[in-house]
Ligand binder design. Structure first.
Ligand code: COA
Length: 558
């Protein structure tokens, strides 16, 4: 079928649906919901057989839904209506939730139901539920709905529903004197990603994000107990929570201690070393060991890796490689493995060019430490999505295993034509050939885990359920394998041989020469793109690589 996506943005859910539909042979083109007239133009150009709205913030105009079949993906169970579906479900602690695919009509989310899929709720952030359970359910429901539309026999039924109002900040407000930790976490989780919970810190208004539970610290409710790296700890009625990120009025989302210089005066509450804390607390880098395998996790918010985080992770990796293990598994975080350099901390720096330079060097240092590691076999295990430099950083490991369902965006061009680094010029050609490497870098579209393995970019795609257990088992087998020593020796020999042909330092210098031009040159594309990205600016047009119907050589269907 010819399917037009009308969407607010090409977010991870839309990307996944795009990949699932195109691999099934559907022809998908995308138009951002900018104005009714623009959407109408897209419909006229593409002449879709079906319109799908994976992520819309306002209704489809009647001029479109009255003439074309339009399916809306609603992140709520059958009968649920309204714009804050997931927010209410999380805040009210429901046990089961789901996704409904319904036909667009005059009343929002009230049309006949084409398909639905459910899932058990997990105590997690909205953004995490959205990227995992909601996305998986949406894939199931949309594929069913599309098959039903194609089949031509299914008659969707209308259902009685209950409309929920938009959740306002008054509904989200935290009473630090009265609310316990569980209630505060539910409120912060329900608002995570966007819009956050309006509150104040150090007497200044701000929105709170990125909450972590704390099992041991306590204090006077509402009191700021201390800081650790970039987070601060605040007492609740019955315990405490950590606040990792905030957005100050008129500002962008930043690590809390960066947004508030006053946090430096709080007492430091350090963790000793990298071992995973036995109780719940804020710990972004954590290490565990089992069966000759070291597991290094890095739970960086949104997968963004600042200069400091890269340096701390390099230190942790070097420490892990000094342990008497045979394999190191780089686990990344649960939602993201890595999205490359931290565009928000760069934007907030006094000199974004200097900070970009420091950040890319710090991530390259980490990639180099992984590449040069002589003592263990390394595995990047991607349970979460990866983008830009994060995709290539993973490739620095000897093996890359990726969870089925993970979305990859292995390209830099969308960020103002960045050239990219992380040794991609060294890592890609042997696996993909020169042309294949070039294709990946030019291709601005997302890629599924299966596609990455098919191309030879990554090594294995493992089923979603049980991924962590599967990774641990495979890593333990690798460590116990009879040929472990010869594999390690072969890796060392390969590195030496490669170094003799062309030193890593030369690849790095060439890539960084290009990046220097991106950061300091006269073309401001990267700075402009970064500004719009971190400010979450509204799109004013759909990029041409997404809006295929706007290609000059697009053949208007008869
Ligand atoms: N630095 C800072 N924040 C980042 C980030 C980065 N490198 N990558 C993603 N984020 C943030 C987004 O701003 C967004 O923030 P929010 O919490 O305010 O919503 C959040 O992570 C999720 O990103 P989003 O774009 O909504 O997720 P997605 O899954 O739809 O898209 C990507 C994933 C990777 C395609 C997209 O985030 C992206 O292009 N990131 C930039 C990658 C990049 O260019 N890195 C620098 C070069 S190495």
């Amino acid at each position: 079928m010819r399917i037009l996506f009308l969407t607010h943005s090409f977010n991870s859910l839309s990307q996944r649906l795009y990949c699932e539909l195109t691999t099934r042979g559907h022809q998908v083109s995308i138009e951002f919901d900018i104005a009714d007239s623009v959407s109408e133009e897209a419909v006229a150009l593409f002449k879709p057989e079906l319109i799908v709205a994976p992520f819309l913030k306002r209704p489809i105009p009647e001029s479109i839904w009255a003439r074309h079949g339009c399916l809306i993906v609603h992140p709520g169970i059958v009968g649920d209506r309204g714009p804050s579906a997931l927010d209410w479900a999380i805040q009210q602690g429901v046990g089961e939730w789901g996704v409904t695919v319904l036909q667009a009509e005059a009343e929002m989310d009230a049309g006949p139901v084409w398909a639905s899929a459910g899932f058990p709720m997990r105590p997690a952030r909205k953004s995490s539920l959205y990227r995992n359970e909601v996305t998986e359910a949406a894939v199931r429901a949309v594929l069913t709905a599309v098959d039903r539309v194609a089949g031509g026999e299914f008659v969707p039924a209308g259902v009685a529903g209950q409309a929920h109002a938009l959740m306002r900040q008054a509904d989200r407000a935290i009473d630090w004197q009265q609310h316990g930790t569980a209630e505060i976490l539910a409120r912060l989780n329900a608002a995570d990603g966007f819009p956050g919970v309006a509150d104040s810190l150090f007497g200044e208004p701000c929105h709170l994000f990125d909450a972590w539970p704390e099992a041991e610290l306590k204090g006077v409710p509402g009191e700021l107990l201390g800081r650790r790296e970039t987070a601060i700890c605040r007492a609740t009625r019955d315990g405490a929570v950590w606040l990792g990120h905030v957005r100050r009025a008129g500002g962008i989302k930043l690590p809390t201690t960066l947004a508030f210089a006053e946090a430096a005066a709080l007492p430091e509450l350090p963790l000793a070393g990298f071992w995973k804390s036995p109780h719940a607390t804020w710990q972004d880098i954590a290490y565990e060991e089992a069966a000759g395998v070291g597991f290094l996790s890095f739970e960086f918010y949104n997968g963004a890796m600042s200069t400091t985080q890269c340096r701390r992770l390099t230190e942790a990796f070097n420490w892990a490689s000094s342990r008497p293990t045979r394999v190191i598994v780089l686990r990344g975080g649960s939602d993201f493995w890595s999205n490359g350099i931290h565009l928000n901390t760069i934007e907030a720096a006094e000199s974004p060019s200097d900070e970009s330079w420091a950040n890319i060097n710090a991530i390259d240092d980490l990639a180099e430490a992984i590449l040069r590691c002589p003592t263990q076999l390394t595995v990047a295990a991607l349970a979460g999505n990866a983008g830009a430099g994060g995709c290539f950083l993973a490739r620095a490991a000897d093996l890359v295993w990726v969870r089925e369902g993970v979305m990859l965006n292995p390209h830099y061009k969308n960020m103002g034509n960045l050239y990219g680094s992380e040794f991609w010029t060294y890592l890609l050609p042997p696996r993909l050939g020169e042309a294949g490497a070039r294709d990946i870098m030019q291709h601005r579209l997302p890629m599924t885990a299966q596609e990455a393995v098919r191309l030879g970019f990554y090594d294995a795609c493992l089923p979603g359920p049980g991924f962590a257990v599967d990774v641990a088992r495979r890593a333990a087998e690798l460590a116990a394998a009879e040929d472990f020593s010869s594999r390690l020796a072969a890796k060392q020999a390969r590195r030496q041989a490669d170094e003799a042909v062309k030193p890593l330092a030369a690849y790095r210098a060439e890539e960084l020469a290009e990046m220097r031009r991106n950061f300091y040159g006269f073309d401001p594309s990267y700075h402009v793109a970064r500004y719009h990205f971190v400010s979450r600016s509204q799109h004013s047009w759909t990029p041409r690589h997404l809006a295929r119907h706007r290609d000059l050589d697009w053949n208007i269907p008869e």
